[in-house]
Write a protein that binds this ligand. Structure first.
Ligand code: SME
Length: 153
């Protein structure tokens, strides 16, 4: 069982740690989530480019990915950049518009990150377990993104 309350406190401590840069705080959040939650095998934050319709990977934990830049509309991440909605994929193999980062990945969740109502990025989590994500992950990751948004505003 994941203790989301404990993780929330730990993330709050990271986000408010002014001794760290924002990038370091994002990296620490990725490492914490990837190492604490068994079904989170890869955790990353992508942010919208300021001029181009592209997502750029800013922090991650897990295997390095080739997909550090993703055009809007492409893959699960690119679709969320345009839809502004959470996207849970129980089985990545059943998706046509999907960008594979690793052959081990079975399911994925992407939750957009809003600052002052604007979708500016997202948290992306891959799992090597099929159908790994549910409403609890979704609500928790929305909360994580709100905490992160408070240091980006
Ligand atoms: N699978 C994502 C690409 C990013 S990787 O998961 C790190 C997608 O389809 O957008």
């Amino acid at each position: 069982m994941v203790n989301f309350e404990e993780l929330e406190i730990a993330i709050q401590q990271i986000t408010t740690n002014e001794e760290l840069t924002v990038s370091e705080r994002l990296e620490n959040i990725c490492v914490l989530l990837q190492s604490s939650v068994a079904h989170y095998d890869w955790v990353g934050f992508y942010f919208h480019h300021e001029q181009k319709p592209e997502l750029h990977l800013k922090a991650f934990a897990g295997e390095p990915t080739d997909h550090t830049v993703i055009p809007f509309g492409k893959g699960i991440c690119g679709q969320v950049a345009e839809s502004n909605n959470n996207f849970i994929v129980p089985d990545v193999q059943a998706q046509d518009n999907y960008i594979a980062c690793s052959i081990n990945v079975k399911s994925e969740i992407v939750v957009p990150l809003f600052v002052e109502g604007k979708n500016i990025g997202q948290i992306d989590i891959d799992s090597n377990t099929i159908d790994a994500f549910d409403k609890k992950d979704e609500q928790f990751l929305e909360l994580v993104n709100r905490m992160v948004a408070s240091i980006l505003a």
